[in-house]
Ligand binder design. Structure first.
Ligand code: COA
Length: 320
């Protein structure tokens, strides 16, 4: 058994900030941001919380699937920016959609979280532990960034995406995942309340800190590697893949991955111009947009790949 996607949904806050709006906050400009990242706008939560956005995306996925919420066995919410540590966002989603028979938990692997959650859902289904699993990626990155740091604040946005998976006979799902904890300092989101920092007397904020060039190099090397690893495991050739749906961090990263793999960029869909990097939410938001535009056909072969803080990276190959 494998998990087939039978519904997708997404939610982004209506409030939009374009690059000119960012230029009113920090010393930057539209041309620099577009050229270095491909980002033009980002949606920013005003009243919406992470679990609210997760719940809205989930409602849309469930509605599209036609499956009753009571049939959902498991809810996994990938997030590193939930408004509460507990109750976890997955339990909030359970409440919102009325999935009274589901178990739920949150998964924190930054921008890689959704793909890891998707792979976990596939494992539950193929092991016979679950029949119907909801996987959500949801983030309020606007709470995590330092709005005075031009090197990071321009990169991120808020939103949520969800997929509902149902057990079916079908082509196998191939997965791979890696972490490199030694490289963790390249991208950190620090908690204000760590006792050891207080002892050291250091002032640490809960903001994102990043060595942009180190993260860029990591992504451009590791994403092609993991795609090749999955292709090799599966015996599927790159030519047979209809779409490579990558974490939407930066257009230049995606272009460099396509170039390294010698695959035409047209098979790497992107929506980061509109939403920027919504961390764990980028992949399911893009999946939902493509699905609602009718871009997927039964039997289409897709590769998902995520990468981010940890450092972490993961991927999978499955058929629509
Ligand atoms: N507007 C204008 N100038 C900016 C700026 C901004 N928003 N941010 C940084 N700069 C400046 C820098 O201060 C630096 O100026 P200097 O040369 O006078 O010192 C100059 O632009 C070049 O900075 P640099 O950091 O070398 O730029 P870059 O080409 O590496 O681009 C990133 C920066 C962040 C866009 C790029 O490194 C990147 O995309 N990295 C990956 C980040 C990412 O995707 N992270 C999430 C992964 S999950």
């Amino acid at each position: 058994m494998t998990g087939k996607i039978c519904g997708t949904g997404s939610y982004v806050p209506p409030h939009v900030m374009d690059n000119d709006d960012m230029a009113k906050l920090v010393d930057t400009n539209d041309e620099w941001i577009r050229e270095r990242t491909g980002i033009a706008r980002r949606h920013v939560a005003e009243q919406e919380t992470t679990s609210f956005m997760a719940g809205q995306a989930a409602l849309r996925a469930v509605e599209q699937s036609g499956i009753a919420p009571e049939e959902i066995d498991m809810i996994i919410v990938a997030t590193s920016s939930s408004e509460t540590i507990y109750p976890c966002a997955a339990c909030e989603v359970q409440k919102t959609i009325g999935a009274v028979n589901a178990a739920g938990y949150d998964l924190n692997a930054a921008c890689t979280g959704f793909v890891l959650g998707f792979n976990a859902a596939q494992a539950y289904i193929s092991a016979g532990m679950c029949r119907t699993v909801l996987v959500v990626g949801a983030e309020s990155m606007s709470h995590m960034i330092d709005w005075t740091d031009r090197s990071t604040c321009i990169l991120f946005g808020d939103g949520a995406g969800a997929v509902l998976l149902r057990a079916q006979e079908g082509a196998p799902v191939w997965t791979a995942a890696h972490s490199d904890g030694k490289k963790g300092p390249a991208l950190t989101g620090l908690s204000r309340h760590r006792k050891d920092w207080e002892k050291e007397g250091e002032e640490k904020e809960s903001y994102i800190h990043m060595d942009g060039q180190a993260v860029f190099k990591f992504a451009v090397r590791k994403v092609p590697e993991i795609i090749e690893e999955i292709l090799e495991k599966s015996g599927v050739s790159a030519d047979e893949i209809d779409y490579f749906i990558l974490h939407q961090a930066n257009r230049r990263i995606i272009e460099a991955v396509a170039k390294r793999l010698k695959i035409d960029i047209s098979r790497f869909p992107m929506d980061l111009e509109e939403y920027a990097n919504t961390s764990a939410a980028t992949v399911p938001i893009l999946l939902d947009e493509m699905n609602r535009q009718g871009m997927f056909r039964k039997g289409h072969k897709l590769i998902l790949a995520g990468f981010g803080a940890g450092l972490t990276w993961a991927g999978c190959l499955f058929e629509w």
